[in-house]
Design a protein around this ligand. Structure first.
Ligand SMILES: Nc1nc2c(c(=O)[nH]1)N[C@H]1C(S)=C(S)[C@@H](COP(=O)(O)O)O[C@H]1N2
Ligand SMILES: [Mo]
Length: 413
């Protein structure tokens, strides 16, 4: 199967992206040699609300398609029919912009012990951008799609696989109607090729994998994508039903046609076995101080600054510890507040000379707090009750705070 094979061409692609992004991103380790993966070079990316394109991570599996936007169409299939040209997408519908914190579902995978294989991300696979495009809801209304409860929207990417797998992802139609867009600009620039030019689905607050790049087809169905669901050759359900599922070691996720909740954490708490990676789990990263160089004590009060997000839920509380998690202090959330995008936080730290371990932990509006660590592989069942995120075979959706700690040296002068 395609998604298991190494891909030699990825190195050239990564080099070109690193060059175009002027060093704001750095390749991430992928021993299996499959993915085009670059992440934020510096922790400082997480001390700003807006992530410049140059610092925004990239993640995909196949070679980027070379698309002629003038002749590109997005076909509408299943419960509706038609094809949208780029001109139609841009000019026949309202233009909106949404803020979205894109986080790879594999962010934090590299913190699993033992390692889980695949891309060893730390915390660098996250970024917040403004995405400009057309609301999916207006397109669906224009095509008289019956928004019956329980339906699904499947998005198919135009990236050519070196195997026979099709890159297809499904989201509940209710989410698509709520706030999803077909995005053709990122931070006011035409969508860069590596981010999905000329158009991608953008699913605010949900893990990056749901935001299908190089969008080629939108399909409305009564079920999410399963094998044989699409009218095209190849395997259809690898990316929805097999990869990007959260499950213990040695288990095969069961295929579901539908699930009752798109909330990843609710699934983890038992609503669905082998949860799907839909909305992002509550998470935070300190951006500054970055631990790269000592902090001068003469600054006396050091502002600890970072970002916190909770998928399409709100961040309610953010705490900072300067002693590795023994004592916690409430920090302040401030700055822009958009559904689906992270918040800035700050904490005034009266720093004493010495070496300190800084950590942050966020709690969302539903009372879910980042766990301290990732569990041992065999502790799947009791993980969440013991302040641990369940080690899972694919290394998905990890949001533990201890692995993201930063060691900061404070000089005495
Ligand atoms: N067509 C297509 N879309 C895709 C992917 C892909 O491999 N093919 N990768 C997904 C994954 S895993 C992530 S994390 C996001 C990353 O988006 P970015 O590269 O713009 O940051 O794109 C998603 N969309
Ligand atoms: Mo991803």
């Amino acid at each position: 199967m395609g998604i298991e094979q190494p891909r030699a061409s990825r190195h050239d692609e990564i080099d070109a992206i690193v060059e175009s992004k002027a060093g704001g991103v750095t390749p991430t380790r992928d021993d299996a040699d499959k993915y085009t993966v670059v992440g934020a070079t510096s922790r400082r990316t997480f001390s700003n609300w807006l992530t410049p394109i140059e610092e925004h991570f990239v993640c995909h599996r196949n070679d980027m398609p070379a698309i002629d936007a003038d002749s590109w169409t997005v076909s509408l299939t299943g419960e509706f029919e038609g094809a949208l040209s780029m001109a139609a997408i841009k000019h026949e519908y309202p233009t909106v912009a949404v803020a979205h914190t894109m986080e790879c579902a594999g962010n934090g995978r590299g913190q699993h012990r033992p390692e889980t294989g695949s891309v060893q991300w730390g915390f660098e696979a996250a970024g917040t951008a403004f995405w400009t495009g057309t609301p999916v809801s207006t397109i669906l209304r224009d095509h008289d799609v019956d928004a019956a409860a329980g339906r699904w929207l499947t998005a198919v990417g135009g990236d050519p696989s070196d195997g026979d797998d099709v890159f297809a992802r499904s989201i509940p139609l209710s989410k698509a109607l709520d706030d999803c867009i077909l995005a053709y600009e990122m931070n006011g620039q035409p969508l860069p090729r590596e981010h999905g030019y000329p158009v991608r689905l953008l699913v605010p607050g949900w893990y990056g994998v749901n935001s299908v790049k190089w969008l080629e087809e939108l399909r409305v169905m009564d079920s999410m994508v399963v094998e044989g669901a699409l009218e095209r050759p190849g395997t259809h359900a690898d990316w929805q039903q097999r990869a990007y599922r959260i499950h213990p070691r040695g288990t095969e996720p069961e295929v579901h046609e539908t699930v009752e909740t798109g909330d990843t954490w609710e699934q983890l708490e038992g609503a669905v076995d082998s949860p799907y990676t839909f909305d992002s789990n509550v998470m935070s990263v300190i951006g500054s101080p970055d631990g790269e160089s000592p902090v001068a004590r003469s600054e006396s009060v050091v502002e600890v600054r970072g970002v916190a997000w909770a998928g399409d839920d709100e961040v309610e509380r953010i705490e900072v510890s300067t002693d590795g998690g023994a004592q916690w202090h409430d920090a302040e959330l401030y700055g822009p507040s958009y559904a689906g995008a992270w918040r800035l936080f700050r904490y005034d730290w009266r720093a004493q000379p010495g070496t300190h371990t800084l950590v942050s932990r966020a709690t969302d509006e539903l009372g879910r707090r980042q766990p301290a660590r990732i569990s041992d592989p065999d502790d799947w069942r009791e993980a969440l009750e013991t302040d641990a995120f369940p080690w899972n075979e694919g290394g998905y959706a990890a949001n533990a705070y201890e692995p993201n700690r930063v060691e900061v040296v404070v000089r005495s002068e």
